[in-house]
Design a protein around this ligand. Structure first.
Ligand code: PLP
Length: 500
């Protein structure tokens, strides 16, 4: 069984499968998926899956274009095929690097869900969350803009295919050079939250369109930014006056309620506060404000059910519940007849990035620390990615890692796997630092050295800030579209136009 897809022949060689006869059919295309402009899912033609079983070689990871997106009829096929290729026994040690399987179908579904719940609100993806090229291009093609925090992120967004009008420079404190860079690139929309920033903007980018970031109540969120950014309400009037003096163009109000929001009231309150700021601008005789930026903080859980309870057992709201609260607040504080020209935008990061990425790590070592009769066996597992790599999200993003045996996750666990003893596993990363702990005392079927452990929803604030501390290589990335051939039962709703 070989892959014979056009263009793959140079890098795909026949290899034996670890598990014979994978139960699916796969169509691989050497074309970058981004060359195929996604059509509205409902408009796609009926699926035509070639009935030729194919296998991909581990070599493809080294020689394929880094942005190649492999196309599959469903998620199981995608995970099983790529996992088999990436973990096939080979002589080259490099093949046992950890790897990500990133799924563009998840991004597409999240986009559709956004449009359904927040119609008319254009998402500007927060690039900092995961500046992956394929992710950004997929979002650009779906119609998203970008929230950029630096000159490099602005360039990445332009490269992803959007124009400068689809970018907000959403770092309230920017360097003079990055302001000049934004001006050269034609990026005008940007946030600010203090008078010194206004002076800097007047000198370096006087044509900017300014969005005042106000301090929203972020006490309901796990990741708070209020101590660093956001103008308190009692400063709003003086900032508007200063902008007027400097002849600067204030166009709107922004807030970010923080990430990991545990209460939809935070959005309602922030939208009502924004309305008060609009009223102040009107009273001061500023040109009518026309932009409302509701920030990020939307959950990365792709399921419509609530995620696990957060700290204090508080149940975080679902995205649907947030959408309802935001729609109701907008209708109340910014009724369409009174604000017909209002552009509302959001800055979701994890909402798009979290669930598209599944990380696979290799068990490189194991130590049984306690094995007493009548007690669960305690085992230390050493895996090849840790808190200095992808799992920096444990430190910087309050994330919790949930290891799952890879064969179980991809649906290939055999009957032997079910008989395995349940251990309490503690997972260490690969560095020599004892702080490098990924998960503690997790009930998990006993793993052996050489097994693979998977972690779902690893796309947000993971690789973006990962280091190579101790000379440890970062995971490689593989891209799939697990719904490239939609079946009758998997039709996705058509996307609304949400042009601003
Ligand atoms: C201004 C701003 N907008 C959006 C985001 C994205 O947040 P999230 O990934 O929680 O949606 C952040 C995160 O730091 C932010 O600071």
């Amino acid at each position: 069984m070989v892959v014979s897809g056009k263009g793959f022949s140079s890098w795909v060689r026949p290899v034996p499968l670890q598990r014979t006869a994978l139960p699916f059919l796969v169509k691989l295309q050497s074309k970058n998926v981004l060359a195929d402009r996604p059509t509205a899912p409902a408009a796609r033609r009926a699926p035509r899956v070639k009935s030729v079983p194919r296998v991909i070689s581990p070599d493809f990871r080294l020689s394929a274009s880094p942005d190649t997106v492999l196309k599959f009829p469903n998620r199981e096929a995608a995970l099983q095929t790529v996992f088999a290729a990436c973990t096939a026994p080979v002589e080259d040690e490099k093949h046992h690097r950890p790897f990500y399987i990133n799924d563009t179908a998840v991004v597409r579904r999240q986009y559709t869900r956004w449009v359904q719940n927040l119609p008319g609100i254009r998402p500007f993806y927060a690039v900092k969350c995961n500046p992956d090229r394929v992710l950004m291009r997929s979002l650009a093609e779906l119609g998203a803009g970008f929230d950029c925090a630096s000159a490099a992120e602005i360039d990445a967004a332009l490269k992803a295919g959007v124009g400068p009008d689809s970018i907000i420079f959403a770092n309230p404190v920017k360097s003079a050079e990055s302001l000049r860079h934004a001006a050269r690139r034609g990026v005008r929309l940007m946030t600010f939250d203090n008078a010194d920033e206004l002076d800097k903007i007047a000198q370096n980018h006087p044509d900017a369109e300014l969005v005042l970031r106000i301090l929203a109540d972020d006490s309901h969120s796990l990741m708070r930014f209020g101590s660093k950014f956001g103008a308190p309400f009692d400063m709003v009037e003086s900032l508007f006056r200063r902008a007027k003096q400097l002849n600067l163009n204030v166009v709107g109000i922004a807030f970010h309620i923080g990430s990991g929001c545990l209460n939809t009231q935070a959005y309602t309150d922030a939208i009502s506060l924004a309305r008060l700021c609009f009223d102040i601008a009107e009273r001061l005789g500023l040109p009518r404000l026309r932009v409302l930026d509701i920030g990020g903080g939307f959950p990365g859980n792709p399921a419509e059910k609530a995620a696990a309870p957060g700290p204090g057992d508080k149940q975080p709201p679902t995205f649907e519940e947030m959408g309802t609260a935001i729609r109701e607040a907008l209708a109340k504080y910014f009724p369409r007849d009174a604000y017909p020209d209002l552009r509302v935008i959001g800055e979701p990061g994890r909402y798009f990035a979290a669930a598209w990425a599944t990380l696979f790590t290799h068990v490189v070592g194991k130590r049984v620390v306690s094995n007493k009769p009548g007690e669960p066996k305690r085992v230390l597992y050493y895996i090849n990615d840790g808190v200095y790599g992808s799992f920096n999200c444990l430190i910087f993003d309050h994330a919790v890692a949930k290891p799952v045996p890879a064969m179980q996750l991809i649906g290939l666990a055999g009957s032997n796997d079910q008989d395995k003893e349940l251990t309490l596993g503690t997972f260490f990363g690969p560095t020599c630092d004892s702080m490098d702990v990924v998960a503690k005392d997790v009930p998990i079927a006993e793993l052996s050295v050489g097994d693979w452990v998977a972690f779902e929803k690893m796309g947000a604030y993971t690789t973006a800030a990962a280091s190579r501390f101790n000379g440890i290589e970062l995971p490689s990335k593989l891209y799939v579209d697990s719904a490239a051939f939609p079946t009758e039962t998997s039709t996705e709703p058509a996307l609304d136009s949400n042009e601003l």
